[in-house]
Design a protein around this ligand. Structure first.
Ligand code: FEO
Length: 396
């Protein structure tokens, strides 16, 4: 492999997973990568490992720089298996290496891989590790992405290795932000944020503020998925602040729906036309034609989300149940939610969806629309009006 150098003595030794298309339910159309970094000084440290299916590739990449038996440290920033499932093999080969993780990381490593990980040494925020001329310091970052998560910062080279934070599921031949298409990069960065990190938005803001207050100069952000931010690391930090705080929200509505015989579809279109008639952007996403991964991404910069379902067996359509389970778990903040639907002889879908949304703490509009059988011309006008009122709320 051509060596990928971040700075003198700092190397990417990860792997590219070109063909993964389903990352625990998240549709990864552009693949991903599992990034690991090697820091070679008087002592050598490996930061994170990779998914076990790619363990041999990791071993090859590390061995191009140093024999595994010569590794002095293995840093585990995060225990989720896309980053740690090679560790049992690597730890056996790197028999002289000390393994470092957070306290929660050690607990999780033992639970995942057994008592051999009792030997893990724990670090906490502010601890440092001298490798020679280079020094690592650690910053605990619980829930970014798991309780164990931490960031590793290479002081002299000003490289932040934040594991999952600031990543993207993006397979590419280029390893740096200035070597890939910028539009694709930001599209994958927001999709990743929306589907992985949305529930932790307030924690992300606090962590970014903490890093800023520490006045850590950052030349590069080297996450555990996708490209390394070297040209403009502030681009992704600013984007995260905008997504997390709602600053990215614009005058936009998303209509998420499904349909049986076309009535809910007709309603969605009429509502959408009402919204668009006021110059407000609107997107209609039918659930059986759009994956939840993309729906959630569209919601990041929307002010209003309207959800429509036909009634099936006195309740909501199954695809809506799946969507609401996903979205109420992710809990995007600062959105206004509205509901609509159609039914035959007895309703139930709208009532069920409203209940689910309220129980999740969502801000639910008072007004909803539920229509019997096929909407009449008069009822279509009512839907248009509903959309028009929503557009006015958005503009207000
Ligand atoms: Fe990429 Fe939370 O693992």
């Amino acid at each position: 492999m051509v060596k990928v150098t971040l700075k003198d003595g700092v190397f990417w030794v990860g792997v590219v997973d070109w063909n993964i298309r389903d990352f625990h339910g998240y549709i990864t159309r552009r693949g991903s990568s599992y990034n690991a970094y090697l820091i070679a000084d008087e002592k050598t440290a490996l930061v994170d490992t990779v998914k076990v299916a790619f363990c041999n590739e990791l071993i090859e990449h590390v061995s191009e720089h140093v024999g595994l038996d010569k590794l002095d440290y293995i840093i585990v920033n995060h225990v989720e298996m896309d980053h740690s499932s090679s560790l049992p093999t690597i730890a056996k080969l790197a028999k002289n290496a000390k393994i470092l993780s957070s306290v929660r990381g050690k607990e999780e490593l033992i639970k995942h891989y057994g008592s051999e990980f009792e030997r893990v040494e724990t670090v906490k925020s502010g601890d440092t590790l001298k490798l020679g001329k280079k020094t690592l310091t650690f910053l605990e970052a619980p829930m970014l992405h798991w309780p164990d998560s931490m960031f590793t910062y290479l002081i002299e080279d000003k490289i932040l290795m934040p594991n999952d934070a600031f990543g993207q599921h993006l397979a590419s031949s280029g390893r740096f932000d200035d070597t890939v298409d910028q539009e694709v990069l930001m599209e994958e960065a927001v999709t990743y944020y929306a589907n992985i990190l949305t529930p932790f938005a307030p924690l992300i803001v606090r962590k970014i503020e903490e890093v800023v207050a520490m006045k850590l100069p950052i030349d590069m952000i080297a996450p555990s998925h996708g490209i390394i931010w070297r040209k403009d690391p502030m681009k992704i930090i600013n984007a995260y602040m905008d997504w997390c705080t709602g600053k990215a929200v614009k005058q936009k509505a998303v209509i998420v729906f499904d349909t049986m015989w076309g009535s809910t579809d007709k309603m969605a279109r009429a509502i959408g036309e009402g919204i668009a008639s006021q110059g407000v952007e609107v997107k209609l996403l039918k659930l059986r034609a759009t994956d939840n991964t993309d729906v959630v991404t569209e919601i990041v910069d929307a002010k209003v989300v309207l959800v429509g379902s036909p009634t099936l067996n006195n309740g909501m359509f199954p695809s809506l149940g799946q969507f609401l389970t996903y979205i109420t778990g992710l809990k995007p903040r600062g959105k206004l939610w509205g509901f609509f639907g159609s039914y035959g002889w007895g309703g139930g879908a709208v009532k069920g969806m409203v209940k689910t949304a309220k129980e999740a703490g969502f801000d639910v509009m008072e007004q909803s629309i539920e229509l019997k059988w096929v909407p009449t011309e008069e009822e279509m006008k009512k839907c248009f009006e509903f959309g028009l009122q929503i557009a006015q709320k958005i503009k207000a």
